[in-house]
Write a protein that binds this ligand. Sequence first.
Ligand SMILES: C=C(O[C@@H]1C=C(C(=O)O)C=C[C@H]1O)C(=O)O
Length: 116
Amino acid sequence: MTTSNTGSPDADPAVREELARLRDSIDNIDAAVVHMLAERFKCTQQVGHLKARHQLPPADPAREARQIARLRALAENAKLDPAFAEKFLNFIVGEVIRHHERIADEALNGSSTGAG
Ligand SMILES: C=C(O[C@@H]1C=C(C(=O)O)C=C[C@H]1O)C(=O)O
């Protein structure tokens, strides 16, 4: 049990109010992140189908290097840790590449039914 849980019922009401206000903003930001990611994945799915149709490789390391450099600079300006921004982008891009590999595989071998 921690003594620093300001969400506990016995916390100062002003503190609880400030925590609730900040958490409302956090919830709004998290919702925006989810919506933005959903839109990004809609675009990358289309890129995956375009690449599969034209036999282009799922990953494009040169493009990724440019994105990392750009995002690191944006992060620095925004006072966000650039290493975190890079890790976050790499996490998303890794997932996108897995999608592209699956799309390419399905284009070559047909969709899997999960059987066998
Ligand atoms: C979306 C693409 O495919 C991959 C995924 C990327 C991304 O999620 O931004 C960037 C480069 C590629 O490795 C692309 O080539 O643009």
